[in-house]
Design a protein around this ligand. Structure first.
Ligand code: OAD
Length: 250
């Protein structure tokens, strides 16, 4: 069975759940795509854990600064813009993202729930005080160079990236709001995610269990079960604008 546009047209509350694939066409690498995925070329244990930061803070900080520079140089694509457009038609849209970039916000989406934190919100590794970033970072084509992290202005601790690392808990408030939106929505659009990282990957499942229609948009067709789960294969920046345009013409 195919996803019917009426589901979306009549929806009272839509949850958009996004992963790295939504930003792929803005030139931001995903994590798990063969050849181009970040985890094909870098070791998560050496870069995305608290232990990695303790072992080699300059390596980790430099790598995240490289990623932050990539995002600063990127623009929202048609998929980000389509979500902002969707929010103009549906009474309530909750955007839940695993992305650490700000391209959804720059496209005009409001109150985005960042389950995995944000590249723009570093904080002290020791006392957790937020750190205001200053000068723009350099873009390095090879994945970054070592850069000593700045120091906390209160306790002189090392400043860490504001992202969730493997083994860390998700931000409480964002997680609670995401679960409650998933339980409440009529339609959930899951866009550009491999659905492999827990607990974030539970969000579409929670929506399904609570009676929502779930539509996966991914370059790969996604396996679906039951009569409320659907898959639309294609690039998010092509599929999503078409879906929004067909559902809310004019
Ligand atoms: P992944 O890299 O695991 O998955 C990206 C997904 O996007 C894949 O399923 C691709 O098929 C799909 N994709 C690629 N290009 C696309 C396009 N143009 N349009 C639509 N889909 C496309 O990224 P995430 O699912 O976001 O965690 O990964 C989840 C988490 O794992 C990340 O948030 C990150 C990572 O480790 C943390 O940093 C904590």
């Amino acid at each position: 069975m195919e996803f019917q546009a009426e589901q979306l047209r009549n929806a009272r509350h839509v949850v958009v759940f996004s992963g790295a694939g939504i930003s792929a066409e803005s030139g931001i690498p995903t994590f798990r795509d063969a050849l181009t995925g970040l985890w094909e070329n870098f070791d998560p244990a050496a870069l995305a854990t608290a232990q990695a930061f303790r072992n080699d803070p300059a390596l980790v900080w430099g790598w995240y600064e490289w990623r932050r520079a990539k995002v600063l140089g990127a623009q929202p694509n048609l998929a980000h813009l389509a979500i902002a457009e969707l929010a103009r038609h549906v009474p309530r849209v909750t955007v839940v993202t695993q992305n650490v970039d700000d391209l959804l916000e720059r496209a005009g989406c409001h109150d985005v729930l960042h389950l995995h934190g944000s590249l723009d919100l570093p904080r002290c590794f020791a006392c957790a005080r937020p750190y205001a970033l200053g000068a723009e970072p350099l873009d390095e084509p090879q994945g970054g160079r070592r850069i000593e992290p700045p120091r906390c202005r209160r306790c002189n601790g090392k400043v860490r990236p504001g992202v969730v690392w493997f083994g860390e808990s998700l931000p409480d408030d964002a997680w609670r709001k995401a679960v409650s939106a998933a339980k409440d929505c009529d339609v959930l659009l899951s866009i550009g995610t491999s659905g492999l990282v827990q607990p974030a990957a539970e969000i579409p499942r929670i929506a399904l269990q609570h009676g929502a229609q779930v539509l996966h948009i991914n370059v790969q067709p996604e396996p679906v079960a039951g009569d409320r789960e659907f898959s639309l294969a294609g690039k998010a920046a092509e599929v999503l604008p078409r879906l929004v345009e067909e559902t809310f013409p004019g």
